[in-house]
Design a protein around this ligand. Structure first.
Ligand code: PGA
Length: 252
């Protein structure tokens, strides 16, 4: 079963557009039995899309949340409320949030909050740049270890890791990573997860690739790269292209 996760970021700008895009994605789910699709819209649309997703196989996730369930925290999103309106997953540690100042320790606290609320974490890790000496391997395993610090050892089933090399994300990406880049890094991620959770649980954690995934390169990451799924930004707002990726994942 492959995971196809859409990260809509701060798009689209109206609930009616969100509904139209979601309906398009829903249509492409016909006959899909071997791909798990999770759409993470801006938090303002989570409740609306969770209602639309209720009788479908699509699940809805948040893109971030706060470390507390409620309180005097102006402007924050409660993980408990996310669950109450129908979300099942929360992305944490996305590089765009880390760039806004989020630290590993913030992420670690948020992870505890998500687990406490029986949601699944989609934890993003990835290096800023690549150097000739392979220092980026260390960067990613350190980031993963620090984010996991407070993660309950018996809750590995509530964790999905997305490897997103920052240099490959978004329209300003230097280049797209290759399936071989992913395969190499996923071995290190699996090893780091094994140190923390033990072999059996670590091998059940899905490791996804993210960064400039489109309908042309998706299959390569899933087949040659051996990715357990994909975290998709821009293209997840295009129901036609996302539909092609979902249908292809369904056959792998
Ligand atoms: P992208 O974004 O697919 O637009 O590169 C991926 C992400 O940031 O999760």
């Amino acid at each position: 079963m492959k995971f196809i996760i859409g990260n809509w970021k701060m798009f689209p700008a109206s609930p009616s557009e969100a509904k139209t895009i979601f309906s398009g994605i829903k249509k492409s789910m016909r006959g899909v039995t071997h791909a798990k699709v999770i759409i993470c819209p801006p938090s303002l649309y989570v409740a609306q899309l969770a209602l639309l997703a209720a009788k479908t196989k699509i699940q809805i996730g948040g893109q971030n949340c706060f470390k507390e369930d409620e309180g005097a925290y102006t402007g924050e999103t409660s993980p408990r409320a996310l669950r109450a309106v129908g979300a099942t997953h929360v992305i944490l540690g996305h590089s765009e949030r880390r760039a806004m100042g989020e630290t590993d320790s913030d992420i670690s606290e948020k992870m505890s909050a998500v687990i406490r609320n029986k949601l699944t974490v989609i934890l993003c890790v990835g290096e800023k740049a690549r150097d000739e000496h392979g220092g980026y391997f260390n960067e990613v395993s350190t980031e993963l270890r620090s984010s996991l610090l407070a993660f309950p050892k018996n809750e590995a089933k509530r964790l999905i890791v997305a490897y997103e090399p920052i240099w490959a994300i978004g329209s300003r990406a230097k280049r797209v990573a290759t399936p071989a880049d992913f395969r190499e890094m996923s071995i290190l991620i699996r090893r780091t997860l094994t140190e923390y959770f033990g072999k059996k649980d670590a091998f059940a954690v899905p490791i996804l690739y993210g960064g400039s995934v489109d309908d042309h390169n998706a299959e390569g990451f899933l087949k040659e790269g051996g990715a357990d799924g994909l975290l998709i930004g821009r293209v997840s707002l295009d129901p036609e292209k996302l539909g092609m990726i979902i249908r292809s994942a369904n056959t792998i």
